[in-house]
Design a protein around this ligand. Structure first.
Ligand code: ADP
Length: 421
């Protein structure tokens, strides 16, 4: 079936049309027919792009004022006689929606019913910058495609299998009970996909493996995946915790926050901006949040860029150690995301100190890892396999849409380890 995948942000809608089915998932033959998006929604120069394999990329600039108009434009271009890939919108048999936060309510991808929609609405308080836009996209798409099922796929669902010891913060317990303050984790679709692909790449069974997945993009997170289930992850109540990111600080002594607020006379909004927009690679280096620019600055001899690189990689190394301990061992470490898939240097620096753990990179394989392909970059005989697996979150969303409709969607709930209420 043809599934439309939508990922709606505050001023953008990204989409893919993916041809998939349970049989195609099994045979790994599902494929993207078209991808693209609308950017700068709300402005007079909104941009629609469409990419179809084997064709010249298409784009048009026009005023697109809100999400419904954006989805309408997307549907129109998809059936355009020259640029489109569908004869009619009725070819779209289901829509898969990326939802950022599913709280503790959703441990699986689900068919969107009025109750589910109310549940997503309740999670808005946990992700006020994301869920409202996801919901806006859902409502727009449902208005335009009212006769097909709409499925929600949550960034947080895969991590719902974490045991309470991994997700409870050592804060007054009341904060968890009253406000749901706990670790949720994000990038779940990516960690799940990459773990499954790693097992497949190695010809091993996922439910017999301990895998550490490193999703390194603008946002960065890692997950400890034991027997196919997430048992810990670096992002927490929000996507700010854990690894160093492009502009986000990751782990921090929380006492720094009131201290800096007082000393620098910051407002809450300024403090938030500092942590989310002016920290990370950008904050440390003063150069850029973009790893390519950091690497270029290192080449030019920038000591601060070099330091930023070291802090970035050291934290990954440290978490690999922590997650090996958490799982009582590790069989594979997998890199994904723009940095994980492309930065030879980051992979080399993060793995180099881990020979004691049995992870030994093959310099040649690491340097010549084919772009966009799944591959092993550790030496033959390395006890821990190190791999690169390009992520594909839209593919997971399309696949989950098919799985939900086929009644074969797994759940990642772990009630036996849930925290007491
Ligand atoms: P997002 O989290 O927004 O999806 P991506 O996964 O696209 O981001 O990752 C963006 C990051 O990947 C940027 O820091 C970028 O510099 C980095 N990146 C992309 N290509 C390369 C490359 N060839 N070498 C090093 N870093 C790269």
């Amino acid at each position: 079936m043809k599934v439309l995948v939508l990922n709606c942000g505050s001023s953008s809608v990204k989409f893919q049309v993916i041809e998939t089915s349970l049989e195609m998932i099994e045979a790994d033959t599902d494929r993207t027919l078209a991808r693209g998006g609308v950017e700068k929604i709300g402005l007079s120069d909104s941009r629609l792009t469409l990419d179809v394999e084997g064709r010249k990329p298409y784009q048009e600039i026009s005023e697109i004022l809100e999400h419904r108009a954006a989805v309408e434009r997307i549907l129109k271009i998809l059936v355009h006689p020259e640029h489109g890939v569908l004869a009619d919108v009725s070819e779209i048999e289901a829509v898969g929606h990326r939802m950022v936060h599913g709280g503790e309510k959703f441990a699986s991808s689900v068919l969107i019913t009025p109750e589910v929609e109310a549940g997503i609405e309740e999670c808005v308080v946990l992700a006020p910058l994301h869920n409202p836009h996801n919901l806006r996209g859902l409502r727009a798409a449902r208005g335009l495609l009212p006769n097909v099922p709409h499925i929600a796929v949550f960034d947080t669902a895969f991590h719902q299998s974490m045991p309470a010891r991994a997700y409870i913060y050592a804060l007054p317990y009341d904060l968890y009970l009253r406000h749901g303050i706990r670790r949720y984790g994000f990038h779940g679709t990516s960690h799940r996909y990459v773990a499954i692909r790693t097992a497949r790449l190695l010809g091993r069974k996922l439910d017999e493996m301990k895998i550490i997945t490193c999703h390194l993009g603008n946002g960065c997170s890692m997950a400890a995946v034991a027997r196919g289930r997430s048992v810990d992850t670096t992002m927490g109540f929000t996507p700010l915790e854990g690894l160093v990111m492009g502009t986000r600080c990751g782990d921090l002594d929380p006492a720094i926050l009131p201290w800096v607020m007082a000393m620098e006379e910051l407002t809450l909004a300024q403090l938030n901006a500092m942590l989310n927009k002016h920290s990370g690679l950008y904050g440390m280096s003063g150069v850029s949040s973009d790893m390519r620019e950091i690497e270029a600055a290192c080449e030019r001899g920038s000591r601060r860029a070099q330091l930023a690189m070291e802090v970035f990689c050291y934290r990954i190394t440290k978490y690999i150690g922590a997650y090996a301990a958490a799982m009582g061992g590790v069989d594979a470490i997998t890199f994904t995301g723009g940095i994980g898939e492309n930065s030879v240097k980051v992979r080399a620096m993060a793995i180099a100190p881990l020979t004691f753990l049995g992870a030994e990179l093959d310099g040649e394989r690491n340097t010549h890892a084919p772009r966009g392909k799944e591959c092993v970059i550790s030496r033959d005989g390395s006890r821990v396999v190190v791999a690169v697996v390009p992520t594909n979150e839209e593919r997971v969303i399309a696949r989950d849409t098919v799985r939900v409709l086929g009644g074969v969607m797994p759940s990642f709930a772990a009630p036996e380890t849930a925290a007491p209420r």
